[in-house]
Design a protein around this ligand. Structure first.
Ligand code: PLP
Length: 389
């Protein structure tokens, strides 16, 4: 090329300036990219997108996504991690990766309900059978396993009703029969429950909850220690196009250093509020794994190192649904809304007999997410709402 200076348009795209090297600071850099350059055609032809020592295309990862994936893998004790655009897409990618026509999948009745809806949708379209077992089944899961049972889901504690099932017992039986166990470990954030040590093959996290911690980003993660399983996850992740934007990843990276401190704070407040509620005449039962009468309390004591900020209560049966709605409406610090794990306290009523095939407990169920407001202010709020009811 000639010495002539490039035109302004070209220079706006191809600037020769490079910032000096040697910049060091605590926050990792944010790399936003769709196209990633190869140094030459030989590199283009030899790089494989599955291998994280290379970069190939934005959907497969950048230093920013690789950094979050590596840090989440460290927390969970995994060797492989993929981030996806939501907790729900983390669940669906596992179902897509490990189920095919003719397979059978087992799920506890207290599973996060969109996961159940997803396998029921697969059942109709892809000739899969999905069956739902009772929480607290433990080693008796053996009765339910068929020769074509490929995947067994577990969640501990179970969504909304908070039973703590015996995951090591389920894993031992599943592995004997050649089935994989996938664990939704969102409640413990991978801090209070080490799922791989208890036998899980694949772990899913809804990073939307505690890893975000700010109620401002949706994301999920799929983790494993097994190279062959990871290949299947990677492939499903790629063909489904489940890539995540660098700025969202950065929001999670920014929250991660305070994860344990936040979780401990949520957990301590939630426990005191649950204890206060258990003394109230309106409440029939508190559903919280640290309570002795919670199904699986002994397993929680054996396998967990703490409890987080989410629990439920059952009101005495003499309170009608309309009264419970009044109670929830009367709360002012506790907001009405889905998700949890952020700074704001939340409260939701659930119609359990619509969510479960078998639900025998009388009385309305209400779920609390305890945020960072003062414990005393939250108790005062609940107290006035109970009066209003
Ligand atoms: C919220 C949640 C999910 C889904 O996460 P999203 O990011 O909201 O899609 C999955 N599992 C559990 C246990 C959850 O609480």
């Amino acid at each position: 090329m000639q010495d002539k200076k490039p035109s302004v348009e070209t220079n706006l795209v191809h600037s020769a300036y490079q910032a000096p090297e040697g910049f060091e600071a605590f926050p990792p850099a944010v790399y936003r990219a769709s196209t990633i350059f190869f140094p030459d055609v030989a590199a283009l032809r030899s790089r494989r997108w599955q291998e994280k020592e290379f970069y190939t295309y934005g959907t497969h990862g950048t230093p920013t996504t690789y950094t979050l994936e590596a840090r989440l893998a460290e927390i969970e004790g995994a060797d492989y991690c993929r981030v996806v655009p939501s907790g729900l897409s983390a669940l669906t990618v596992v179902n897509f990766a490990f189920l095919q026509a003719g397979d059978d999948v087992l799920m506890p009745e207290n599973i996060y309900s969109p996961n159940r809806e997803f396998v029921e949708w697969m059942e109709k379209r892809f000739n899969i059978t999905a069956r739902f077992y009772q929480p607290m089944i433990g080693a008796d899961i053996e009765r339910e396993i068929k020769p074509n049972t490929k995947l067994i889901w577990v969640e501990t504690p179970g969504s909304v009703s908070m039973e703590v099932d015996d995951i090591p017992a389920i894993c031992a039986v599943a592995h004997k029969h050649g089935a994989l166990v996938a664990l939704d470990n969102t409640w413990s954030a991978g801090i209070y429950y080490k799922g791989f040590e208890h036998g899980a093959d694949v772990i899913v996290q809804a990073l939307t909850k505690y890893q975000s911690g700010a109620a401002d980003v949706l994301m999920g993660a799929v983790l494993t220690k097994d190279r062959a399983l990871n290949k299947k996850i990677e492939f499903a992740h790629m063909i489904l196009g489940l890539s995540v934007g660098a700025d969202d990843v950065n929001l999670i990276l920014r929250s991660l250093p305070s994860l344990k401190v936040r979780l401990d704070a949520h957990g301590a407040s939630a426990l005191s509020i649950a204890q206060w509620l258990s003394q109230r005449p309106e409440i029939a039962k508190v559903l919280h794994p640290a309570f002795e009468d919670c199904p699986g309390h002994a397993i929680w004591k054996r396998d967990f190192t703490g409890s987080s900020g989410l629990f439920s209560v059952i009101f005495k049966p003499d309170f009608t649904e309309a009264q419970i709605d009044q109670f929830v409406n009367a709360l002012s610090l506790f907001k009405i809304g889905y998700s949890w794990g952020g700074p704001v306290s939340l409260c939701l009523p659930y119609r359990m007999n619509e969510m479960r095939d078998t639900w025998h407990q009388e009385g309305q169920l209400v779920r609390f997410n305890v945020g960072f407001e003062s414990e005393q202010d939250l108790i005062t709020d609940i107290e006035q709402a109970l009066k209003a009811m």
